[in-house]
Design a protein around this ligand. Structure first.
Ligand SMILES: [Ca+2]
Length: 362
């Protein structure tokens, strides 16, 4: 849990690496890819037998992964051809109810329920980082805590608060619980927690390629999981942030934080919440420039990401990929609820807007 603690420490010290990540500005728009439309996917359109409970068959096929649109961030490009085999995917994010079944069956203790150590913190901190005070080395997690006034958007410590006692059972801290939220996505789960659940369930985390293919719902290079229309507050397509971030959430989409799964229409493959609600862990290591190593002329088969994490913006940490954005996404700040959008996070970090779903090969 060293990175969770690192994140905590950096936030406490006002040095959050997330501030670096989120303060990025698009420094260049990727040039047009000139990719031709892919051939008709020769995918496995017929589901192989009976569907596992609460899973949807995603036919394999070829698609253009990534984006060079005006909304895209540098790590989304260049677009490149990818082919994935067919697979089953959870039709929703893993809910609190499902995660509770796992915990009760196994006695699993999540990362956020264990205290970090000084060694774990310093192992992924910049050289010279002072040891954190012992009294903050307690179990906890990062909770979105909106300020009551506008704050600079380049300092995430303005809305993320290290909260002792926060974990999947207590999403906003010890005084909160899951009453009425059994069908909400589980949060405060680290990548390690998600992998443990997946193994127990006989599944695995999706690769970024599988996740993006599923999120696109059969649409080719559409900007959103639901198509081409921008997010509409009147008829919301997803649980995003509405209003002024981070101090003025109007919640006109019905939810200021997580929403019950299936609260919004599914995409073309019948998969829910591939945009917003909570970020979802993928199996890949996160590399900010990984796509630039792909040849636009070649088709990559079932890519599983790089062999290791690489992010020049966060050189002292290893990160796994997340997809889908969350209830905190707002075009004024972060439009990463799009299918091609990516994000990296240390694998031992859980937060109040991070969950996951699983896949299963045929
Ligand atoms: Ca919302």
């Amino acid at each position: 849990m060293k990175s969770l603690a690192t994140t905590m420490l950096l936030v406490v010290l006002g040095l959050s690496a997330f501030a670096v990540t989120y303060s990025l500005r698009r420094f260049a728009v990727q040039p047009p890819s000139n990719l031709e439309a892919p051939t008709v996917p020769a995918g496995e359109f017929t589901p192989p037998g009976q569907a596992p409970p609460d899973m949807v068959w995603i036919p394999g096929g070829e698609f253009v992964m990534g984006s060079d649109s005006e909304q895209a961030w540098p790590d989304e490009g260049p677009p490149h051809r990818v082919r994935v085999d067919g697979f089953w995917i959870d039709e929703t994010e893993v809910t609190n109810a499902r995660f509770r079944v796992f915990v009760e069956a196994t006695g699993y203790v999540t990362t956020a329920e264990r205290a970090p150590t000084v060694e774990e913190i310093l192992a992924q901190s910049p050289p010279g980082t002072p040891a954190p005070p012992a009294d903050i080395l307690v179990p906890g997690s990062l909770v979105f805590s909106p300020p009551d006034h506008p704050v600079p958007l380049n300092d995430v410590s303005g809305w993320w608060k290290w909260t002792p006692g926060a974990n999947w059972r207590h999403p906003e801290g010890p005084e909160s619980d899951l009453t009425g939220r059994e069908d909400h996505p589980v949060v405060h789960v680290s990548w390690d927690d998600a992998v443990a659940y997946a193994k127990w369930a006989g599944k695995r985390l999706p690769t970024e390629a599988e996740w993006e293919f599923a999120a696109r719902g059969g649409l080719e290079q559409a900007p959103y999981a639901w198509g081409h229309e921008p997010f509409d507050e009147v008829t919301p397509q997803a649980n995003l942030w509405t209003g002024t971030f981070p101090n003025g959430n109007t919640a006109v989409d019905g939810y200021a934080r997580t929403a019950p799964v299936k609260s919004f229409p599914p995409n073309g493959y019948g998969v829910y919440d591939m945009a917003g609600n909570v970020w979802e862990w993928c199996s890949d290591w996160y590399s900010r420039d990984f796509y630039s190593k792909s040849s636009p002329a070649e088709i990559t088969l079932n890519p599983g990401g790089p062999g290791d994490s690489h992010d020049s913006m966060r050189p002292f940490t290893s990160q796994r990929s997340q997809r889908g954005g969350s209830f905190l996404c707002n075009d004024s700040y972060c439009s990463r609820y799009r299918p091609s959008a990516r994000h990296g996070c240390t694998p031992d970090t859980g937060m109040s807007h991070v969950g996951f779903r699983c896949v299963k090969p045929r």
